[in-house]
Design a protein around this ligand. Structure first.
Ligand SMILES: *Cc1c(COP(=O)(O)O)cnc(C)c1O
Length: 402
């Protein structure tokens, strides 16, 4: 039997009374643009993240775009980021005439390697945009420290995949709000695309900051640069999030803590079950957690493994098959100060497995068993070789010969 890659149906079944009631309330009051749910959501999300300002916007992409517009990014300005991400990260830079400057990732976490950022800074550097990939926060303290040393370069966290993740603070310490993704730098930008850790039923996103001036700018940019009605003090966009979508996110917030706990538990269980297979799991740093927007592993001979899983009814996805400096749209519009071997390699090896808070242990066992067989098949025909970079692959190889 085939199982879903992301199970939104079980989530809706669990939340139906609340989501339906909230949607109905919007239909009844009729304030579809900037209705009361927009402000309610912004207040709740700002409190959750632990920052002063939350500004909901039309999508995660719009959040990144507005963050850069509020910083007044100018043509020719450089933004340092990772090539191993969804295109939107670089797209917004290029849309404003800026130049994405790509530095390599850490091969085990797949997040930008903070140690490589400093060498990429030039007088044109206007922002640093790390991505908290797969749901694990990038090395934000190290990045903020580099940014501060170079004249307070603004740092924008692309947190489209990491809403709910914590960083260098214990989740169990209820006395204080933990340090969370989106609240760790100048700007945090997230997405409510349906498949993200906190999703709506269409497009949506949000920006987070403690900076009053930037927050005011973003609120104006979101509504065509208006400081008052029909007073356009700056160039903006039509970037609001619909009241209906805010109502959906409010409904989903009701069990979000449970969902994050499930993601952490299921992610740890996957890692444990996969530990003896010839693959490379994602390294999650000890001082942070991963909310597993994608549960991604690295394998050799990926196409064969993906095909075997598909035959067994297990859907997979590739996040991402080609680093952005190799994409036609960006190859001539970016700057690559140094080779990007780890991004290149990861793009050929990554594969994401089914993951959602409602994934059952039985389904997870089914995925792991199918993957075990797919990898064993490959090993038998010589098409899958144990990864040299995974310590446990040596053990797995020893198991096979034993
Ligand atoms: C999903 C995603 C985005 C874009 O979010 P949208 O809401 O789809 O516009 C940006 N960056 C990353 C890393 C993403 O995963």
């Amino acid at each position: 039997m085939s199982l879903p890659f992301i199970d939104l149906k079980s989530q809706y079944a669990a939340l139906k009374p609340s989501i339906d009631a909230r949607i109905q309330a919007v239909l009844d009051h009729g304030q579809f643009i900037m209705g009361p749910e927009v402000q309610e959501l912004e207040q709740k999300l700002a409190a959750y993240v632990g920052v002063k300002h939350c500004i909901t916007v039309a999508s995660g992409t719009e959040a990144l775009l507005i963050a850069l517009m509020a910083l007044d990014l100018q043509p020719g300005d450089e933004v340092i980021t990772t090539p191993f991400t969804f295109a939107a990260t670089a797209e917004v830079i290029v849309l404003l005439g800026g130049v994405p400057v790509f530095v390599d990732i850490e091969p085990d976490s797949c997040n930008i390697d903070a140690r490589l950022i400093e060498a990429a800074i030039t007088p044109r550097t206007r922002a640093i945009m790390p991505v908290s990939l797969y749901g694990q926060v990038a090395d934000m303290d190290a990045i903020n420290e580099i940014a501060a040393r170079h004249g307070d370069i603004p740092v924008i966290e692309d947190a489209a995949q990491s809403f709910g993740a914590t960083y260098r603070s214990r989740r169990t310490d209820h006395a204080t709000t933990p340090r969370r993704s989106c609240g760790l730098s100048t700007w945090g930008a997230t997405s409510f695309f349906p498949s993200k850790p906190l999703g709506c039923y269409g497009d949506g996103g949000a920006l987070f900051t403690n900076n009053d001036t930037l927050a005011k700018a973003a609120r104006e940019i979101r509504v065509h640069g208006q400081s008052q009605r029909y007073t356009h003090t700056r160039v903006g966009v039509g970037g609001r999030m619909d009241t209906l979508q805010c109502a959906v996110v409010l409904g989903k917030l009701e069990r979000f803590d449970w969902e994050v706990a499930q993601r952490l538990r299921l992610g740890a269980r996957y890692q444990q079950l996969l530990a003896d297979l010839p693959l490379q799991g994602l390294a999650v740093r000890e001082d942070r957690d991963c909310v597993w927007a994608q549960f991604t592993v690295q394998v050799d001979q990926r196409e064969a493994v993906v095909a075997a899983l598909k035959a067994a009814g297990i859907p997979t996805a590739i996040h991402y098959p080609k680093p952005l400096h190799r994409q036609a749209a960006y190859a001539d519009r970016c700057r690559v100060p140094a080779p990007l071997p780890h991004a290149e390699t990861a793009a050929t090896r990554v594969m994401s497995l089914p993951m959602s808070p409602d994934l059952t242990e039985a389904q997870q066992d089914q995925v792991v068993e199918a993957l075990r067989q797919a990898l064993a098949q490959g090993a038998a025909t010589g098409s899958v070789t144990a990864s040299a970079s995974a310590a446990h692959s040596a053990e797995a190889a020893a198991d096979r010969t034993a």
